[in-house]
Design a protein around this ligand. Sequence first.
Ligand code: NAD
Ligand code: LMR
Length: 327
Amino acid sequence: MAKSPVRIAVTGAAGQIAYALIFRIASGALLGPDQPVILHLLDLPQMQGALGGVMMELEDCAFPLLAGMVATDDPKTAFKDIDIGFLVGARPRGKGMERKDLLGANAEIFTVQGRALNDAAKRDVRVLVVGNPANTNAYIAMKSAPDLSPDCFSAMIRLDHNRAASMLAAKAGVNVGDIEKLIIWGNHSPTMYPDWRFAEAGGRKLAELVGDEAWNRETFIPTIGKRGAAVIEARGASSAASAANAAIDQVRDWVVGSNGRWVSMAVASDGGYGVPEGIMFGVPVTASGGKVTRIRDLALDEFARSRFEITLNELKEERAAIAHLLK
Ligand code: NAD
Ligand code: LMR
């Protein structure tokens, strides 16, 4: 018997990332080749014309799995009965900006959308926040949706995970698909801590294969932290195709399953590793069926602990900066 369609909302649906995301969702790249989807596309009133063009293109693809689509500028309509939400719509940064400089422009979007999710979405909805600064925007959305479990929300740290895997694979001369147990801790910002201490390929530790701790500290960690800015510098616009790809990877692993592999996800802290409850912090997890299992009790040596504290402090500062929005 045919499966019933899954309702998926994409915000910022007329934007760059959405253009690389929506067509892959409709093709089956997210939920598999036998799962029909209905797309709920949200963008601002002035973008409805462009969004109409995106819908024309969706029709022209004749995707067998696309069972319907709705375009709207109203968050409650967009989130009505959805199973999955990609919260992409927000301003991107330009050259010379940090992602947290976007808090002023973007934070309010996530109070409004958090409330709309609270009122309209399915109770077991799974929401990925992509719009920057993603961790704190996800925290705002979660706090604005008190009737939904914090487990309904996550922020995208998968792009950093994929970037780190790719750079490590090239350095160690291994296939990127063989890399396991890589971790991105903390915030999607230059303070993030890409941690290779547990990473392995084919049963061998990558730190041993590379054998260069100075490279780890002076090249690998800062390059991953600044990769988003490097793309903006080169492209004149922030990453879009790789961001859409990471969004698919993170939500697919979350709702379909990571097959026991560790993946990095920013999820609401349950107090583990000393991170205050609720802060959206990148951690290693395995996932299946929309449920996340945190990898606990990994040792943090002195260097790891210092990196961990830097990114945690930044998230605490961001939380303080938006506290007034949650009153
Ligand atoms: P874009 O400017 O091309 O598109 C953004 C879209 O969002 C626009 O169509 C805009 O009209 C829409 N929008 C703005 N406010 C909205 C609202 N309140 N409701 C609905 N739609 C709204 O930007 P983009 O390149 O697609 O990037 C989107 C966001 O994703 C940016 O904040 C960017 O920094 C972020 N990003 C995050 C990651 C990550 O790893 N977390 C990676 C890349 C980009
Ligand atoms: C990225 O990491 O590419 C995105 O967060 C966009 C940005 O502003 O860096």
